[in-house]
Design a protein around this ligand. Structure first.
Ligand SMILES: C[S@@+](CC[C@H](N)C(=O)[O-])C[C@H]1O[C@@H](n2cnc3c(N)ncnc32)[C@H](O)[C@@H]1O
Length: 228
């Protein structure tokens, strides 16, 4: 059976069909916790840009995605942003750079549309299973991300999700690999997800350790465009 299209994935998240509601009700909690030390309070301006937010409606942002799916304000490729320069006070780029063909071009476009003194928040996976939205090209270390962000001033960096999240998402994917039938994979995903999710709280401890990033799940950078 072919993998679900992005349209199917996002439609099921909001659908009111009873099968989809039941699926959402039975779905286990995500096997991760967010690092409480990650800063979040950089100012929003009059215009702010959210990249890759299909299926959600991020308040206060213009939501741009490759596809005209629910929640999307502008359907366009982040490699060619259809906005004038210096427009946005803040750009959010969460779990998108691994899916674009030319991340350097996306960063150049973000730098162009961000106002001097504006903030960019980038989040990328480091240890995470293959996931196509609609493609999956790469992973990043914090060093790799900083290299990509050459023109910006680094403000803060760290790990959003930690080593336990990595172990849990890979354990669940591994178990699913052993099963040839989609319905069984769905069942195992649900059962293992419910059994394992309490372990996610170990990351609240582990994320304080400097070595957490050796097998961290997602890392983040806060950056500022010089000037302003
Ligand atoms: C993994 S999802 C991230 C969703 C959201 N930021 C989150 O963390 O839940 C990646 C999103 O980026 C979008 N995307 C992929 N390539 C893109 C591109 N070149 N330009 C704009 N959006 C893109 C996908 O359509 C998808 O909605």
């Amino acid at each position: 059976m072919p993998p679900d299209s992005l349209e199917d994935i996002y439609r099921r998240r909001r659908s009111t069909r009873w099968q989809d509601r039941l699926r959402r009700l039975l779905a286990p909690p995500a096997p991760l916790v967010m690092n409480p030390a990650e800063p979040k309070d950089f100012p929003l301006g009059r215009w702010n840009l959210y990249l890759g937010g299909a299926g959600s409606r991020p308040a206060g942002y213009v939501n741009l995605d490759l596809f005209p799916l629910p929640g999307v304000d502008v359907a366009a490729d982040a490699e060619q942003l259809p906005f004038r320069g210096n427009l946005f006070q803040r750009v959010e780029c969460d779990a998108v750079l691994e899916h674009v063909r030319r991340p350097e071009q996306v960063m150049a476009e973000i730098e162009r549309v961000l106002a001097p003194g504006g903030y960019l928040h980038v989040v990328t996976p480091f240890c995470h299973p293959f996931h196509e939205y609609p493609k999956d090209y790469r992973r990043y270390t914090l060093d790799g991300l900083k290299e990509l962000a050459g023109g910006f001033e680094p403000i803060a960096e760290g790990w959003r999700t930690g080593p336990t999240a990595t172990l849990l998402v890979f354990a669940i994917e591994y178990a699913k690999l052993l099963l040839p039938w989609r319905a069984w994979r769905g069942l195992v995903h649900g059962v293992l997800g419910w059994l394992l999710f309490p372990l996610r709280y170990l990351d609240l401890l582990l994320l304080r350790a400097p070595r957490a990033g050796r097998i961290g799940n997602h890392c983040y950078l806060w950056l500022r465009k010089p000037g302003g």
